[in-house]
Design a protein around this ligand. Structure first.
Ligand SMILES: [Zn+2]
Ligand SMILES: [Zn+2]
Length: 478
């Protein structure tokens, strides 16, 4: 077993920061020591296998990205990152755990969908991974299967109030699933947009010749996000189900979540980096077909309406509890291009799994959130929310040795895919939704269960390093 000592760094947690050394024995953190402590001998550094010097750097728990879609079939194509390429890119960016969405498609049995996801991921991942279960066909059989999810290490399921004819659940189905959620403690995750209403607007816009990517944002109006969020909250209120609203982008939806929390409901909200930085006007509205790069659902919102500022504020005040990526990459060539002349055929999704820690760190630099809050919303809360805490999301004895050494004096330029031309991201995409973003910080070193997988700009891991992690119930429920 390799022993590793991370020396001289500032260990940052959700609750504070302290100068401390971290000792890892094999895969597990065994001690967090005051600098100079002789408790484990006068020269601990000489007695371990490896010493990492973290002078002037932050030592933080590895990122937990609770919302990814590796190789997800969507809109006649599939997300371009496999579990292999996507988890490797995540590692480059300091994320050491993902929770991906296993899919039960319409007409498929829940456990067949889950088994297919295990098959895609097993032996291919660079970092640890868990699954949420998408319920795409809520029927008697599915309801029964949901009783067995927790034993499989899956403590949450996702429903869609959007995408009629694909993943859509109507209100009757949502109600029944939420009754199951209340009964079992499984977290209901909701894609909250009024899909049938959106589809009417899409048809009308296309008939008027409004086919550019910009109209994706027009059709998916904030009113339809607010309405669905409110409806989900009321159904959760009625049934007692814990509710987690994914990819919140409208400030009005945030207000619905905040009000429900004020009333004591177990309602939680997640946002994503794209909703904090990117906008309807500047990105979806880019000239020609370029806006297709930023077609995702919920859509980017208007900067003039102030959604981005409101979302940053809600992260600070805890009206929104955490940030995931909703990583769902598609190439422009052959994928996004399917929607040339018809925005509704553009595959929905943005690739960000590599950039979440950096983009949120820039929020610290810009005075939007504190350093501790950065760790909380990227690692600690996701781990607590989805039953991983203790092993993940924290630096303490007994936790997995998932650690990032982050250099606040470093710099990261986000650019095009790496292909030998000095380009700078590792996701399997032919473009970047984040090209030109400059970050005043840098992921220097990443350890996954005690193994150094990223060190000074080299990848030292291998496919299959990552293991499936069984999750327990959310720690936020009583
Ligand atoms: Zn969604
Ligand atoms: Zn998603």
């Amino acid at each position: 077993m390799v022993t590793t000592l991370i020396q001289n760094g500032t260990v940052v947690s959700a609750t504070g920061r302290v100068q401390a050394d971290v000792l890892i024995d094999g895969e597990i953190i065994v001690a967090v020591l005051a600098p100079g402590s002789a408790l484990l001998g006068n020269d601990l550094a000489a007695s371990v296998d490896r010493v990492i010097d973290a002078t002037g750097k932050y030592v933080i728990p590895g990122g937990v990205d609770a919302h990814t879609h590796m190789q997800l079939p969507f809109g006649g194509t599939a997300a371009s990152d496999t579990f292999e390429t996507g988890t490797r890119a995540a590692a480059w960016g300091g994320t050491t755990t993902i929770v991906d969405f296993a899919v039960q498609s319409y007409g498929q049995r829940v456990f067949d969908g889950l088994a297919a996801w295990h098959e895609k991921a097993a032996g291919n991942c660079a970092i640890d991974y868990g699954f949420h279960q998408i319920i795409g066909d809520l029927n008697e059989d599915s309801l029964q299967a949901m009783d067995g999810l927790l034993d499989e290490g899956i403590s949450s399921f996702k429903l869609f109030m959007a995408y009629p004819g694909v993943f859509y659940s109507d209100d009757a189905q949502v109600l029944r699933a939420m009754q199951k959620s209340a009964e079992t403690g499984l977290m209901t995750m909701m894609h909250a947009e009024n899909g049938p209403a959106i589809d009417v607007l899409v048809t009308q816009l296309l008939a008027e010749g409004k086919t550019d990517p910009y109209y994706h944002g027009v059709a998916r109006a904030w009113q339809l996000e607010e309405e669905a969020t409110h409806r989900a909250i009321m159904l959760a209120n009625l049934t007692g189900a814990p509710l987690y609203v994914v990819h919140v982008s409208a400030k009005q939806a945030v207000e619905q979540i905040a009000a429900a929390r004020d009333h004591g409901q177990n309602v939680f909200g997640e946002t994503c980096p794209q909703y904090l930085y990117l906008s309807l006007e500047e990105n979806l509205g880019a000239p020609g077909f370029e806006g297709a790069k930023w077609v995702c659902s919920t859509p980017l919102r208007s900067k003039a309406e102030g959604h981005q500022d409101h979302l940053w504020q809600s992260l600070r005040t805890n009206d929104i509890q955490m940030v995931s990526t909703d990583h769902c990459p598609f190439c422009m060539k052959g994928q996004k291009e399917l929607g040339l002349g018809d925005f509704s055929k553009i595959p929905n999704g943005i690739g960000s799994v590599e950039h979440r820690l950096d983009l949120l760190y820039q929020g610290v630099v810009n005075g939007r959130i504190s350093l501790e809050r950065w760790v909380e919303i990227t690692a600690t809360t996701p781990a607590r929310m989805f039953g991983l805490y203790g092993k993940k999301g924290v630096i303490q004895p007994g936790a997995d040795g998932d650690i990032v050494i982050y250099d606040p004096n470093g710099h990261t330029s986000i650019g095009l895919p790496v292909n030998g031309n000095g380009k700078t991201h590792h996701m399997n995409m032919d473009h970047s939704a984040w090209e030109g973003y400059e970050i005043d910080g840098h992921v220097d070193t990443v350890l996954s269960r005690g193994k150094v997988i990223i060190d000074d700009s080299s990848y030292l891991g291998s496919k299959g390093d990552g293991r499936f992690v069984k999750r327990g119930l959310s720690q936020y429920l009583i």
